[in-house]
Each structure stands twice: as C-alpha cells, then as structure tokens.
Design a protein around this ligand. Structure first.
Ligand code: ATP
Length: 315
C-alpha cells in the first residue's frame, strides 16, 4: 500500500507552492489517474513519489516504510517502482529485444525469451523484436520504454502521459492490453493524464487536480458524477452554462449529451453558429444570450435557431 501525504511542496528555486494537501492511499493493484490541466503539478507529484525530489513537508510511505528523495538516496528512485515518462531513455543501436531483455535475470534464456515475447505482445511490438531502436517511431520507442519498465517487475508503475506520441487507434488497443496486464500481475499504477477518457476508461480511482491540490477524489464514476464546476466538467466535454430559471432554480452546467433539440418551444432559444462532425454525431455550437451552448445532434442541423431541452438519456 502506497500512502501519499504531501502537505506542501515548493521547488528550491522558487517561492511558489506547487503542491499542497495531496493525500491518498493506493492499494495493491489499484489504478489511479491524476487528472489535471497542464502545469497543475502532475509530473511533480510523480517525481516526488518516485523519489526524484525531496519532500520537506509531508510523508510518502510504501507498506509503512518511508520513501525518501535524492538527499537520502545516492541513486534516486526505488527498485519496486518504475517511472515511464514522455522522455525515452533507450539503447538506440541495439534491438527492441535487447532493450527489454537487459532487465531480465539472464539465468534461463528460454524463460527470458518467453518473457520478452509476453512483454512485447503487451505493448504490441512483437513484430519489431529484431528491429534496432533507432529505426523506430517516437510512439514505438515509448512502447519499448513501457516494456522495459515492466521487465523489472515493479510493484508500482508511474506513468507520466506515456501515450502522448501514440496514435488513437494503437493507443486504445495498447491501453487495453497494458491495463489488463497490470491487473493480472497486481501492479499498482499512478498515471498522470489530461485525457478524461483515458482516466474514466482505465482508472479505478481519479484524483482531479487544480493548482496543485486535489479538488475531487474517488471512484472514476463518482468523480464524473460529482464534477460541479466549469473546470471539472470541462475535462469531460464542452460545458454550457445555463442560467437559473431556464430548467431549474439554479444555474446548471451541462455537457453536450445533456441537451437536445425540442419540438416544442422552450426557454432555451438558441441561435446555431457552428457544427463539428464527430463521426457518430455532430457537436453543435449555439448562442444563447451571448453565451456559447453546446449539444450533440445525430445529423447536421440546418435551422438557424432551435429550442433546446434537457435530454432524457443525458443524465
Ligand atoms: N524544476 C522546476 N523548478 C521550478 N518550477 C518547476 C520545475 N518543474 C516544474 N515547475 C513548475 O511546477 C508547476 C507544475 O509543473 P508540472 O510539470 O508538475 O505540471 P504538469 O501538470 O505535469 O504539466 P504538463 O501536463 O504540462 O506536463 C509548473 O508551474 C512548472 O512551471
């Protein structure tokens, strides 16, 4: 069990508090997504957990043993934990297989070969086994980094947006096989991301970060349901701010699937400004009293103005 308790953290070179009141427990095999906008402190948090930075105020423990930063450890980092970030650190002139096998025991070559195959299958690079790393694309190198990290059999995997250079098609398949592998081997995972779909689909728990502090924490679905500000809801789609007195006595923050065109007149008479094709539907941008309103529609909206109502299947 990883126990993170960060009261406050500043980089030594600045006075700005980067993280404050970050408290959570990570159970064995649990996957936590740290979801937040750029610059909110996600990487800093992973670097503190991994022991690359010193924590002055607070404590991080693993199975009750305190984890220290570089001022206590000659070589920063912890053996039971691996950090995979956007920066890849590979041996470019050797094969994909060599890069992964470097971290295996080398006692039983058949066993090692099976393990390399399993890991390369997990990151979907089996057909590139004999290729030199320098000839791979950026996304493929990221996947070799992941396989290398897994080869060391970590108890905890820290992922710092490691899917950033991987195209959507491969990313989805890769994330499914990777997170299945992590569950199968009871490897805990903390993943920093600004992609809410990634967090919702693959994390058990989400910590929503704003300006270095946790503003929502809980099971992925509970965090989604509890999002109640433009910042929080904005991770899950375009937000329409519907003034009080339209559908409710209070102001409402709605996502595009929560609004739909009404055959009858409603208080939400909206001018149509733009429509963005999304494949399965259009995201329509409208204007209500000078403010943007967004809703989903199955076909292109040809009217210049429509009435909107709450979608019955939206909630
Ligand atoms: N070495 C450093 N010294 C001083 N300030 C730093 C240092 N590294 C990061 N920061 C600052 O700490 C804040 C948090 O940065 P961090 O990289 O943790 O954010 P992030 O959420 O991971 O961002 P991104 O999603 O863009 O990677 C930023 O304001 C950044 O400028």
């Amino acid at each position: 069990m990883l126990n993170v308790n960060i009261q406050s953290f500043k980089y030594p070179t600045t006075e700005k508090v980067i993280l404050s009141q970050i408290n959570f427990l990570l159970k064995n095999g649990e996957h936590l997504a740290i979801l937040g906008e750029s610059g909110c402190g996600k990487s800093t948090l992973l670097h503190l957990i991994y022991g690359l930075l010193n924590l002055d105020s607070g404590k991080i423990t693993y199975n009750k043993t305190p984890l220290f930063g570089p001022s206590h450890n000659l070589i920063p980092g912890h053996t039971f934990m691996k950090l995979v970030s956007q920066e890849v650190n590979l041996m470019p002139y050797t094969s994909v297989e060599e890069n992964v096998a470097e971290h295996l025991s080398r006692l039983d070559l058949t066993e090692d070969n099976n393990r390399v195959n399993e890991l390369l299958e997990t990151v979907q690079l089996l057909s590139y086994k004999n290729q030199k790393v320098q000839d791979l694309s950026g996304g493929q190198k990221q996947r070799v980094s992941l396989a290398r990290a897994l080869a060391k059999q970590p108890k905890i995997l820290l992922l710092d947006e490691p899917f950033s250079s991987i195209d959507t098609f491969k990313k989805n398949a890769l994330r499914r096989t990777l997170f299945r592998y992590l569950k199968k081997h009871s490897i805990s995972c903390v993943m920093a991301t600004h992609d809410a779909n990634e967090a919702l689909a693959f994390a058990d728990t989400i910590a929503l970060l704003e300006n270095g502090t946790i503003i929502k924490y809980g099971a992925a679905k509970d965090v989604y349901d509890a999002a109640d500000s433009v910042y929080e809801k904005g991770f899950f789609g375009e937000v329409s701010v519907i003034p009080s007195g339209i559908f409710s006595q209070e102001e409402q923050l709605l996502l595009p699937h929560e609004l739909t065109i009404s055959e009858e007149k409603t208080a939400l008479k909206t001018l149509i400004e733009n429509a963005y094709f999304q494949g399965s539907h259009y995201l329509v941008e409208g204007n209500f009293r000078g403010k943007k309103v967004y809703f989903n529609h199955p076909t292109l909206v040809t009217e210049t103005q429509v009435y909107l109502k709450l979608s019955t299947h939206g909630k």
